[in-house]
Design a protein around this ligand. Structure first.
Ligand SMILES: [Zn+2]
Length: 404
């Protein structure tokens, strides 16, 4: 099974825009209600027995179980029967919003993200149909359950053999979009390991380092755009609350945010294609987001959008027939790719890998990428030979490899 997401710009009618807005608002209310319920439960647990507040007491009985998705979904179904507002919205779409909340809690526990926050008016920007009817694409329109046909700009064809699994309707500064998740069955042949192998290390000092010695800088030449963003944001704060001018200024900020995100995404996909040009198999570290988000590095990491890049790279590899595999990221920067000796921890300021054992010297991030490559090749059953310029070829273990 493999998924790809295709995004198209919608061309909704005025009435459809009104429906979208209404659905976003109803989903926002459901989200906030369900969050409040969960939050109350947590608060009632965190109250210390010997320091109970005199002002407020939580009246949640001690044996009440923690609110879960399943339980909240059952409540929602019951409540929807009595609410005209919720009846206007597809029940599965509302359930997906509860799932989204559940996910926010899971990433809080597993990746140490913050406690989920209430969404302010207008801050809910998308809703999801977990499934569509039969043949959802009809000419230049997509058929959404309950809403009906919505025209869209089909900027590229939907590949053969794919089924449309889910649809997410997204509101952006530049209009409405639909993100279609396409799914292929298991019997679609996956790319096999072949050709030249490269390993990729993503990091702070470079956006990506490749085992063949190439370094790609951080896509932060948008310094001037960020400065512009700050300026526009400052302008918003100087306009009167609730005024039309403030709305206009806010819209400018949103459009610039969207532009920066687009530039970044574009950089990611160009880099992915560039890497696919050079290799038959690509190995990348599986990102340990929990470790990365810790400490002062957190903000930079999120900014660089590595998660998005790896996702785009994986999809690009699939489309281009390049084998892709994530490998163990443990201690990649503490191992010598030439002799595989552990070299110990390096300071972040130490830019060069110089092995005290074999004398191999190269850029620190490139060395890490080479270790990723070696591990990846080993994981798919290849023994490894390193050529002089840091290039790798995998030699299947079954063949005799005199060089090892
Ligand atoms: Zn060495």
């Amino acid at each position: 099974m493999f998924n790809l997401t295709y995004e198209f710009k919608l061309k909704p009618t005025k009435n459809q825009v009104a429906v979208f807005e209404d659905w976003l608002e109803q989903n926002r209310r459901v989200y906030n209600y369900a969050l409040a319920e969960r939050k109350d439960w947590f608060k009632s647990r965190s109250c210390q027995i010997n320091a109970c507040s005199l002002r407020s007491e939580y009246i949640i009985p001690a044996d009440t179980p923690r609110p879960t998705y399943n339980q909240q979904a059952i409540q929602l179904t019951a409540y929807r029967k009595t609410s005209q507002n919720l009846q206007r919205v597809h029940s599965q779409v509302l359930q997906q919003t509860l799932k989204r909340l559940e996910k926010a809690f899971v990433s809080m526990w597993e990746q140490e993200h913050g406690f989920p926050r209430f969404k302010k008016l207008g801050r809910m920007r998308s809703f999801v149909f977990p499934q569509l009817g039969k043949d959802p694409i009809q000419g230049t329109a997509v058929k959404l359950p309950m809403i009906g046909l919505v025209r869209f700009n089909q900027s590229r064809p939907i590949p053969e053999g794919a089924t449309i699994k889910q649809a997410r309707v997204v509101k952006r500064a530049s209009g409405w979009y639909v993100m279609l998740t396409l799914e292929w069955d298991l019997d679609v042949p996956q790319p096999m390991p072949h050709g030249e192998a490269i390993g990729i290390d993503v990091g702070i000092s470079h956006f990506a380092a490749v085992s063949n010695g190439k370094l790609f800088p951080n896509p932060r030449p948008f310094k001037h755009l960020e400065r512009k963003l700050k300026l526009l944001q400052h302008r918003v704060t100087r306009k009167k609350l609730g005024s039309n001018n403030r709305k206009k200024a806010q819209a400018k900020v949103s459009r610039l945010h969207e532009r920066i995100a687009n530039i970044r995404k574009n950089y990611h996909s160009r880099l992915a294609h560039h890497l696919c040009d050079e290799a038959g198999m690509i190995f990348a570290e599986s990102l340990n987001l929990k470790a990365l988000a810790k400490g002062m590095l957190g903000k930079h990491c999120l900014d660089a959008g590595w998660g998005q890049f790896l996702q785009i790279l994986e999809q690009c590899c699939f489309k281009r027939g390049v084998f892709f595999r994530k490998t163990d990221a443990n201690k990649t920067s503490q191992t010598c790719p030439n002799c595989l000796t552990e070299t110990g921890k390096k300071l972040l300021s130490e830019r060069v890998h110089k092995c005290h054992h074999c004398g191999y010297t190269t850029d620190r991030d490139v060395a890490a990428a080479q270790v990723v490559c070696i591990r990846g090749l080993a994981a798919v059953g290849y023994t490894v030979k390193m050529l002089s310029e840091g290039k790798f070829t995998g030699i299947p273990v079954t063949e005799e490899s005199p060089l090892l």
